[in-house]
Structures are given as structure tokens and as C-alpha cells.
Design a protein around this ligand. Structure first.
Ligand code: S3P
Ligand code: PEP
Length: 435
């Protein structure tokens, strides 16, 4: 499917961004391992999270959907999953396959996990290696590097002390989830702190998870005690597209309501503010263990900056749209230490350089990042999403702020933000049409 995005006049009004993808996945998995009913509100009913739902159903968890964004989950307890009859399909979702591998590695039954062409090219050794050290038996293609993954029952799994070579919340979460089924404590050291939604939600479910600096520890769990409801905050990774759009389109002012502002996710706010963005954080409150707020963003002049080190995992999914912001900023922006972008849905460093070049942008792709000198003038172009949702949305924001864009393979926005183009249309209409 193609989408045409016309250049926008100023953006104004309010957007309720959809529920957080990371928290939605985790809520279904943990609620499915409890034995009392859980209602999940503001669930992100996107393709990735629905892959998690289908996998949990195939494992014997009962899931009803009483409302568009509401799920009712009834599990059979921590030891109550049943052997799936079919291959579990994680679709396009790295979070689904890696976190479920952690859960399934501790089960007394056989299972196979796979996904689409993109997912079958993404690295899986990063979860298989530490899980194997715990005694789990997991096999994959090409020397256990790629899915499909076959998981064979182990004779009991053990807690380990593991130092992760890459900052990855998916690897950390897989180990924390497997650690629930181990016979002793599991201790994980991260190079930098990655998103901590699993730790927070495990605590909500009564698991003993503690953190000291870069070390997180989980004790074996006998049973999970579920909260009656989980309120999923809005996704800051989806909000990021509007934060950038309203900043770079002159005269704009947008209110983004109910956005999760967990400090392990707010790198995009920190960097945009450092570049000169006008982002106000208001109405701060808690949604369970997660902090939320409304964000009010007004157009502002940006300057280039350096993005590296510990902040990278705090904005990893926002780098494609941050590259768009950098094209509108005065001076040089250097992003480094972001080589993880090469193993996402597509090689995002390569794809963003290639596709924005079609609009006339000159971006230097480095081994682990991007160098962008701004401001630059962008022209209308036909671009490819590479079937990557974050690419499609970043290109749409570039087109909105510049001369428009036609995006091929745009349907992939359904992976994390199904109503993205509907929100663009509503903003255009509210502004009285395009420029
Ligand atoms: O744990 C999660 O929910 C996620 C972790 C990140 O991946 P990595 O763990 O591979 O960095 C992120 O890119 C992904 O969109 C979601
Ligand atoms: C990388 C992403 O997700 P996942 O790893 O779950 O496929 C993403 O949403 O940008």
C-alpha cells in the first residue's frame, strides 16, 4: 500500500497517542502467567502486540477483547501453559520472539517459534547463548543464530550471573522471565540501562526483582499475583513522531496526552530539548508502576548535537525520526554507538540514509551512526519504507515538514501505530488542508 503525505501547514490540537508497545507485550505475557483475571486498558492493538496475544492463546491462555483497546486475560498460573500444537508465529516482532523464548525455555514441553522474513534474519544468539548457560535447550537455524527456534524441555534450569554484551531490554527481559523458573537467583549486568518495563511489571505481579546500578536480580518465583487491571500508558516512541513534527513545522503547537515518561525511555525528550525544542511536561501522574504525563510541544529552532553512549538505549527506536529533526537543525548532529539499528526490522542506518537522500538529504552513514549537517532543504520524493514501521513514519514526518512524500509499503505502520495516517489526516483537516 502507498501513502501520499502532503506538506502540512502548522500542526495544532491534541493527540492521544496509542498504548505503549513494550508495556502491552509484557502485560499480556505476565497476565497470561497468573491465575486470576486481568483487564488490560489502553492496550496497543497493533500487529506486533496481536502476535503476542495469538502466541499466548496458542499456549492455553484465554483472551477476550471486550473493547477496541481492552483485553481480558485469564491464565492458568505460572506453571499452567500448555504445549502448542502449531509453530508459534511472532510475525514481525522481535519483542514477542525474544521475550517468549525466555518464558518457553523454562517449560516442560516442546515449542517452536518463528516469524516473518525480517524476523528470521534478526539475531537470536543473544538470547540463546545466556539461556543455554542457564541449562535451557534452544536450537535455531545456522548454528542457532536465527529463527525458527526449537525449544526442548530442560531438566531444570539454573540461575546465572550474566554480563550482557549489548544493551538490550529484550535480552534482559528474556533472562528475567526465564529466571522466574530457575532454581536460584539470576543476576544480569547491563552495559547501559535499557527500558525497565519488565522489572516494574514483574514487581507489580509480586516477583522479587531488585536493581543496584547496572545490575538487576530476580529470585525464583512460585506464583504471580496479578493486579486486577493494568493501564497501559501512551507510547513515547509513537509520540516522538509528533514531538519532531511540531518542533520543525513553524507555528505548530500540539498537546500529546497520557504519554509514558519512564526515564529509561525519555532520551528523545532530553535530546530534542538539548537541541532547542520547546517541550513542556505537564499533568504528571502514575499509571501503576509507570510515570505518565501530557507533553505540550511548540515549534522551535533547533541546533545540532551529539548523541552517544548511555542515551542510545533510551531513544533507540526514535533515531530515524531524530535524523529528520537533525536535517532541520542548524549545525552538525553526530549520532554514534547506534549499531543496534542495523539489526532491527531493517538496517535502519542504511535505510534512513538511502531514503532521505531521495528527498535530497545528504547524510553520512558511519559504522555505528549518522552525521548530519543542517539545515537542509528537502524536496518531494517517492520513498520506500523497507517494510519498517519506524521508517515509514519518519519519512512521513519529513514529507509533512518539507515538500510532501509518497511512501511505498506504508501499511507497516500497523506494526506499532495503526492509526498513524488517520492522525495525519485529522491534523491536516484541522489546519484547513495542506500547504
Ligand atoms: O524490550 C522491548 O520492548 C524493546 C526493546 C528494544 O529492542 P532491543 O532489546 O533489541 O534493544 C526496542 O528496539 C524494541 O522496539 C522494543
Ligand atoms: C525494533 C522494534 O521492535 P521489535 O524489536 O519488537 O520488532 C521497534 O518497534 O522499532
Amino acid at each position: 500500500m502507498k501513502e501520499v503525505v502532503k506538506p502540512a501547514r502548522k500542526l495544532a490540537g491534541e493527540i492521544a497517542v496509542p498504548g505503549d508497545k513494550s508495556i502491552s507485550h509484557r502485560s499480556v505475557m505476565l497476565a497470561g502467567l497468573a491465575d486470576s483475571p486481568v483487564t488490560i486498558c489502553n492496550f496497543l492493538a497493533s500487529a506486533d502486540c496481536l502476535s503476542t496475544v495469538a502466541c499466548m492463546q496458542a499456549l492455553g491462555v484465554k483472551v477476550d477483547r471486550p473493547g477496541e483497546d481492552e483485553l481480558a486475560i485469564l491464565g492458568n498460573g505460572l506453571y499452567g501453559l500448555s504445549e502448542p500444537e502449531e509453530v508459534l508465529d511472532a510475525g514481525n516482532s522481535g519483542t514477542t520472539i525474544r521475550l517468549l523464548t525466555g518464558i518457553l525455555a523454562g517449560q516442560p514441553f516442546f515449542s517452536v517459534l518463528s516469524g516473518d522474513g525480517s524476523l528470521r534474519r534478526r539475531p537470536m544468539a543473544r538470547v540463546i547463548t545466556p539461556l543455554s548457560k542457564m541449562g535451557c535447550r534452544i536450537y535455531g537455524r545456522e548454528g542457532s543464530r536465527y529463527a525458527p527456534l526449537a525449544i526442548v524441555p530442560a531438566d531444570g534450569i539454573h540461575g546465572i550471573d550474566y554480563t550482557m554484551p549489548v544493551a538490550s531490554a529484550q535480552v534482559k527481559s528474556a533472562l528475567l522471565f526465564a529466571g522466574m523458573f530457575a532454581d536460584g537467583p539470576t543476576r544480569i549486568t547491563e552495559p547501559y540501562i535499557s527500558r525497565d518495563h519488565s522489572e516494574r511489571m514483574l514487581q507489580t505481579f509480586g516477583a522479587k526483582v531488585t536493581r543496584s546500578g547496572l545490575i538487576v536480580k530476580i529470585a525464583p518465583v512460585q506464583e504471580l499475583s496479578a493486579p486486577r487491571t493494568i493501564d497501559v500508558p501512551g507510547d513515547i516512541s509513537s509520540a516522538a513522531f509528533w514531538l519532531v513534527a511540531a518542533t520543525i513545522i513553524p507555528g505548530s503547537r500540539l498537546r500529546l496526552t497520557n504519554v509514558g515518561i519512564n526515564p529509561t525511555r525519555t532520551g528523545i525528550i532530553d535530546i530534542l530539548r538539548r537541541m532547542g525544542a520547546d517541550i513542556e511536561i505537564t499533568n504528571q501522574r502514575q499509571a501503576g508502576e509507570e510515570p505518565v504525563a501530557d507533553l505540550v510541544v511548540s515549534a522551535a529552532e533547533l541546533s545540532g548535537t551529539t548523541v552517544e553512549g548511555e542515551i542510545i538505549p533510551r531513544l533507540i527506536d526514535e533515531i530515524p525520526v531524530l535524523a529528520v529533526a537533525a536535517l532541520f537543525a542548524k549545525g552538525r548532529t553526530v549520532i554514534s554507538g547506534a549499531e543496534e539499528l542495523r539489526v532491527k526490522e531493517t538496517d535502519r542506518l542504511k535505510a534512513i540514509t538511502l531514503e532521505l537522500a531521495k528527498m535530497g538529504a545528504r547524510i553520512e552513514e558511519t559504522v555505528d551512526g549518522l552525521i548530519i549537517d543542517g539545515p537542509q532543504r528537502l524536496e518531494a520524493a517517492v520513498c520506500q519504507s523497507h517494510d519498517d514501521h519506524r521508517m515509514a513514519m519518519a519519512l512521513a514526518i519529513a514529507g509533512l515538514a518539507a515538500g510532501g512524500v509518497e511512501i511505498e509499503e506504508a501499511a507497516c505502520v500497523a506494526i506499532s501505530y495503526p492509526r498513524f495516517f488517520a492522525h495525519i489526516a485529522a491534523l491536516q483537516e484541522a489546519a484547513g488542508g495542506s500547504r
